[in-house]
Design a binder for this molecule. Structure first.
Ligand code: 13P
Ligand code: SF4
Length: 411
């Protein structure tokens, strides 16, 4: 299958202080990155960890509700009351108003969303505050505000509806809510984009009445994952890759001319997932040679050329359902996070499940939540201390909730 050359290329970021903080070195007092656990963390080698986690969870009973994202380690998933992708977990958190403590075994943006969707007296806890997300960090509030100024100066802001991926900070979600947009996840991105273009139709009409708009009138600003945005627009909505432009926050005016912005339908933020971004066309070709008859199934955070070369594309929940429905004896190469792929392989011994890439591909920040952090969190709660509470300030929460509620109301 041929692919059309795309705007913008992907380069590894330079080793900045931020990159070091993500690795847990140094400390950033203004954010959760790189912070040390303030408590007395049990040793990973402690043979009683499982028993301690069980005892603490039993002592807390219904006061605690533990959510586990599919990319979490097995040792953590074992203690989750529910597992899911980010969409399902957002709903699950909102559906448990009786739980005093929501322990979120996932990453920071997920815990923020849970805090926004739960009541004021519930506390959302992230067992390790250094469990951030490199993709979410690729769009800061300042950069996005500057982008909106660029769109305004180009005369197109009136015709743009923002769609932010769940994998973004509460600030970016609030920006999206303030500008009449919606949040999406990998399981509802098509519905979210369809809805957003329906909203832009009205906005484009009124902008062109005022002499604005332009050739590609009716646009979506998709943040922060360029790949999910492009894959959804091109594969699901039939938008041409030529109508997608990439806004690079590190370049003046995003690296785009006013004319390019006017002509575009999709303005893609230049962000990506450091885990899914690793899969390449070579890995697809290589696995097809290595495993004859294999079905290649990838997550839509993968690059467009990988998604085009795959047989099936879908969110983590989709991947799990596809494997559940697969014929015994079938062979599968999965392009998503390794904890999930390993669990799928274990759960389906009658099928051959291989990892799409030969190299190990855990999400390093998801993996920060381990059994010692979970035990420390649960035992702290038993002792009456509430550690690592994630709170979103009321003003940000108000607008972020608008965008999240819009997602939950998508047709
Ligand atoms: P989903 O949970 O929406 O599939 O997203 C995958 C992911 O990268 C979560 O961080
Ligand atoms: Fe972020 Fe990618 Fe890890 Fe998900 S898998 S938390 S998007 S870095």
């Amino acid at each position: 299958m041929t692919t059309t050359p795309l705007n913008g290329t992907l380069a590894e970021p330079a080793p900045t202080p931020l990159a070091l903080l993500l690795l847990g070195r140094e400390a950033d007092t203004a954010s959760e990155r790189g912070v040390d656990c303030p408590g007395d963390l049990p040793a990973a080698s402690d043979p009683d960890l499982v028993a301690r986690a069980r005892a603490a969870k039993a002592a807390l009973g219904d006061r605690v509700f533990i959510l586990g994202h599919h990319y979490q380690r097995d040792e953590v998933i074992e203690f989750a009351d529910v597992t899911g992708d980010s969409f399902k977990l957002a709903r699950d958190a909102a559906d448990r108003p009786d739980a005093e403590f929501i322990v979120f075994c996932g990453v920071h943006f997920m815990a923020e969303s849970a805090d926004i969707l739960t009541s004021a007296d519930q506390r959302v806890i992230l067992p390790d505050l250094a469990a951030g997300c490199s993709m979410a960090d690729m769009a800061t509030a300042e950069q996005v505000a500057e982008c909106w100024d660029v769109l305004t100066d180009a005369g197109v802001a009136d015709t743009v509806v923002p769609v932010a991926y769940m994998n973004s900070s509460a600030d970016i979600k609030a920006f999206t809510g303030r500008h009449g947009g919606t949040i999406c996840t990998s399981s509802n991105a098509e519905r979210a984009l369809t809805w957003a273009f329906e909203q832009t139709a009205g906005a484009a009409r009124s902008a062109s009445d005022k002499g604005g708009g332009g050739r590609g009138a009716g646009k979506v600003l998709f943040l922060p994952d360029q790949h999910l945005g492009r894959n959804t627009a091109v594969r699901d909505l039939g938008i041409s890759p030529d109508e997608c432009v990439v806004y690079n926050p590190h370049k003046p005016h995003g690296g785009l001319t006013a004319e390019q912005l006017r002509d575009a339908k999709m303005i893609l933020w230049r962000g990506h997932c450091s885990v899914h971004g690793r899969f390449s066309l070579d890995s697809v070709n290589e696995v097809r040679e290595r495993v004859p008859g294999v079905t290649v199934l990838v997550h839509p955070e993968c690059k467009h050329e990988v998604v085009e070369a795959a047989d099936l594309v879908g969110s983590t929940e989709y991947i799990i359902r596809a494997l559940d429905a697969a014929e015994p004896g079938s062979t599968w190469a999965i392009g998503t996070e390794l904890n999930l792929v390993r669990r799928l392989a274990k759960a389906h011994p009658d099928k051959e499940v291989v990892f799409l890439d030969r190299t190990v591909c855990f999400c390093s920040t998801m993996n920060r939540i381990d059994l010692p952090h979970l035990v420390w969190t649960l035992e702290s709660l038993v002792e009456g201390r509430v550690p690592n509470v994630i709170t979103v300030d009321p003003e940000t929460e108000k607008f972020a909730k608008l965008a999240l509620d819009q997602m939950l109301a998508l047709p």
